[in-house]
Ligand binder design. Structure first.
Ligand code: AMP
Length: 215
């Protein structure tokens, strides 16, 4: 059976991470975020991790040859034998082409459509529970009990290093230049859904539930 891969597309801060994790739960397939993978790898003390840190701090895309190699390993692993959700990959046409040529799968794309201004505000307020990764926002989505994670009860929260204004603007530019062409690419390829990602979290969850039934 050809495995089903769900590709989440959208600006940084459009909600791909939060919604991707929920969808993965619902469909019982893994949620693979290349950003999360690189943040973990960047903590090591190697030449590769130094390089990753530089790209991420500048809001630039990591070179596709390296990304493709890493993602391929994950997708072909036993964990993804029934499919997976890809959050943050492919990020440009080179990666999308590599994916088609090297990984036998049926792709469903979900585009999180949202204005730049909304994502900047979301990203600047974004923080996460250090133990379970649940994402909050200091402006409009804090835990129910101050300082305690709703999901796991954790007490330690972290901000991402690349969530400062200068890096965000550079990430948005990279998105427009590199990733936006993928919208047309996937529209032409097959199953393609658009989510109004500017809506609040609950509304997006409802929209995603409808999409999940059609996947
Ligand atoms: P994200 O968490 O998806 O916003 O990714 C954070 C950073 O990781 C990006 O700004 C890039 O530097 C890097 N990154 C993540 N996914 C990719 C990818 N598919 N291709 C190149 N760079 C990536």
């Amino acid at each position: 059976m050809v495995k089903k891969v769900i590709v989440l597309l959208g600006l940084p801060g459009s909600g791909k991470g939060t919604q991707g994790a929920l969808l993965a739960n619902e469909l019982t397939i893994p949620h693979i975020s290349t950003g999360d993978i690189f943040r973990k790898m960047a903590k090591a003390n190697t030449e590769e991790s130094k390089l990753l840190n530089e790209y991420m701090h500048e809001g630039k895309l990591v070179p596709s040859d390296l990304v493709n190699k890493i993602v391929r390993k994950f997708i072909l692993s036993d964990e993804c034998k029934d499919g997976c959700i890809l959050d943050g990959y492919p990020r440009n046409l080179k990666q999308a082409e590599y994916f088609v040529e090297n990984i036998d799968s049926q792709v469903v794309a979900v585009f999180f459509e949202v204005e730049n201004e909304i994502v900047v505000k979301r990203i600047l307020g974004r923080y996460a529970c250090e133990s379970c990764g649940a994402v909050y926002n200091k402006y409009f989505d804090n835990p129910k009990t101050d300082g305690v994670c709703d999901n796991c009860g954790g007490h330690k929260f972290v901000y991402r290093d690349d969530d400062d204004e200068k890096t965000i603007l550079s990430r948005i530019e990279e998105y427009k230049k590199e990733t936006l062409p993928l919208i047309d690419y996937y529209k032409k390829k097959g199953k393609f859904f658009v989510v109004n990602a500017g809506a609040n979290k609950e509304e997006v969850i409802k929209e995603m539930a409808l999409i999940a039934k059609k996947i």
